[in-house]
Design a protein around this ligand. Structure first.
Ligand code: G4P
Length: 540
């Protein structure tokens, strides 16, 4: 690549921020996303994204299921320009049964925003998603939402994050008042007070009053009146605890900068966006099997982190979501699909914004491009102009719900096999083989029952097969590492040895207690929560 090209790409890389929002359902992810779009100028009035979603629901038969169940199965990428930054938000499905999709999306993000409800603190789903971020060592930013309602004390939330998640929480700003008296925040880093009013119940931008000054400045005291003592006392305690923001510790994922606000009323949303973009990293080098690939130094490359079927209700299609990792993506260019070694023309490339689709002409590292997929892509595939290297891929996360496929009871066996193979390739479900009886049987693994429901729906719609499933009592899968003797559990009642889609041994267990017991009994046994634990390290 010429020096000029490299410089231009480096500038595009430096201004990009690609992140995902992780949260427990109902913490306000949709609302916050919408408000970020409002401040980024991507929508003029909040409510537009929800409205688009509703419109799409109305026209799609497959998404009818989403509507019926009030869930979001499909997700997309949202992007906007804000103060010179190109912001890419990797949208993720809200329901925990689809959390595998969220885990994969986190493999494509450069940072994550952990959103929590001020009244609830760290919830179960957040904890799990947080673990995936931790494994990847990506920076995590905390936004405490719903400050317009009475919630828990900020200090209490800080210690909960530290105790439960084991990461240092450092407030960047601190709330002034709470519930209906929530007025704004004091920005500790820039030493200024931000007070809010207006905003027409969050549909438009709020009015912001800025008062510059250190906490002991008379202007701050005057502006706050009776709220002043509380602020001064809390900030004293925070300073006393030594909570200083260290950008290196943030980048290493050891410290989480903490923000407070209300996505509903828009209070303190913009300063969060502003500071977040300043602290969050731009795309950096990624590990491949041939070493580090630098975003601006190498020609175009990327990897597929997600495959979504039927995004367009009028066509049965599949879109592979490609995260660009290096170089410049140009529509119509010819590149290589590394796994098959075949050349690939990037003719059908779209940017997906909510339910809108637009052709993408160029894209840079950190951007996500939707590629029309005629069935060639698998999750984790590398695409590269240079060829000769593959990105680390995406681990299979342990399913938590298992069903036996009743093949004999299903007529049209060929269609069934084809359909299942297709859905496995898309990553919609994981396939295991049970070799314990004379005839091999199939077990499907998913995060939760809704994933099976979607699968049945699709097999019926696309392959005209009625899937017969029998629930199994297993609740987790683990992958043995190193040498493993499959006869170890031949007579175990609560553990079953199977093979995964790649032929590797896996064990299915009723619960964590069974796993612990197995580990105690067999001291050489080593079990991993993903099929490929090394991928986490490699995907850094
Ligand atoms: P999710 O995507 O994380 O599941 O959450 P979502 O944004 O859909 O928000 C869940 C509920 O919480 C919504 O209320 C939403 O209005 C509310 N909410 C989000 N942010 C805030 C906030 O800052 N303050 C308060 N008080 N509420 C907030 P809902 O009644 O379930 O839906 P709706 O009828 O308001 O759409």
């Amino acid at each position: 690549m010429g020096a000029e090209g490299e410089g231009a790409i480096a500038r595009e890389v430096a201004r990009r921020r690609t992140f995902a929002i992780i949260s427990h359902p109902d913490a306000g992810k949709t609302t916050l996303t919408e408000k970020l779009l409002l401040y980024g100028g991507a929508v003029r009035q909040a409510g537009a994204v929800r409205g688009q979603r509703a419109a799409r629901h109305a026209t799609s038969d497959w998404l009818e299921l989403e509507k019926q169940r009030g869930i979001s199965v499909s997700s997309s990428v949202l992007y906007f320009e804000y103060q010179g930054h190109r912001v890419n938000i990797l949208d993720t499905p809200g329901h925990q049964d689809f959390s595998e999709d969220t885990y994969r999306t986190l493999m494509a993000a450069d940072s994550a925003v952990m959103l929590m409800d001020a009244a609830k603190g760290v919830e179960a789903q957040t904890r799990k998603l947080f673990q995936v971020c931790r494994l990847r060592h990506i920076p995590i930013f905390t936004f405490v939402n719903k400050m317009d309602r009475f919630g828990r004390e900020g200090l209490d939330l800080m210690s909960e994050i530290e105790d439960i998640l084991g990461i240092d929480a450092v407030p960047v700003d601190w709330p002034i008042g709470s519930g209906s008296d929530f007025r704004g925040v004091y920005d500790r880093m820039r030493e200024r007070l931000l007070l809010y009013s207006g905003g027409e119940h969050g549909t438009t931008r709020v009015d912001e009053k800025v008062v510059e000054g250190a906490v002991d400045d008379p202007r701050i005291r005057e502006a706050l009146g009776r709220d002043y003592d509380d602020l001064a006392e809390h900030l004293d305690l925070i300073e006393g605890a030594g909570a200083q923001l260290d950008p290196d510790a943030v980048r290493a994922g050891e410290q989480t900068p903490m923000f407070f606000g209300s996505a509903l009323t828009n209070y303190a949303v913009e300063p969060f966006l502003d500071r977040f973009l300043g602290l969050a990293p731009c795309p950096s080098s990624r590990t491949s099997d041939q070493g580090e690939i630098e975003p601006a130094k190498h020609p175009f490359s990327g990897f597929v982190f997600k495959i979504q079927a039927n995004m367009d209700p009028d066509h049965r299609d599949r879109v592979a979501f490609l995260r660009v990792c290096s170089g410049r993506f140009t529509r119509g260019a010819t590149t290589q699909h590394v796994r098959s070694g075949k050349s690939l023309r990037l003719a059908n490339s779209t940017l997906i914004m909510g339910s809108d689709r637009r052709e993408v002409e160029v894209a840079y590292p950190g951007d996500v491009v939707g590629l029309f997929d005629p069935g060639v892509f698998r999750i984790g595939d590398t695409v590269s102009d240079e060829g000769g290297f593959a990105y680390a891929g995406i681990p299979n996360f342990a399913p938590e719900s298992f069903m036996r496929v009743e093949v004999a009871a299903t007529p049209k066996r060929k269609s069934l096999e084809k359909g299942i193979a297709q859905l496995v390739q898309e990553g919609a479900v994981q396939l295991f083989e049970d070799h314990s009886a004379a005839a091999v049987t199939w077990i499907l693994g998913a995060m939760g029952p809704l994933q099976f429901e979607v699968m049945s729906h699709r097999l019926k719609g696309e392959y005209r097969v009625d899937l017969q499933l029998t629930p199994l009592p297993f609740k987790l899968a683990r992958w043995p590492q190193g040498d493993f003797d499959p006869d170890l559990f031949r007579h175990a009642e609560r553990i079953k040895v199977v093979r995964d889609g790649e032929g590797r041994f896996a064990i299915l267990a009723h619960n964590d207690w069974d796993v612990q017991r197995a580990l105690e009994r067999h001291e050489n046994l080593e079990l991993s929560e993903t099929a490929d634990p090394e991928l986490f390290e490699a995907a850094r």
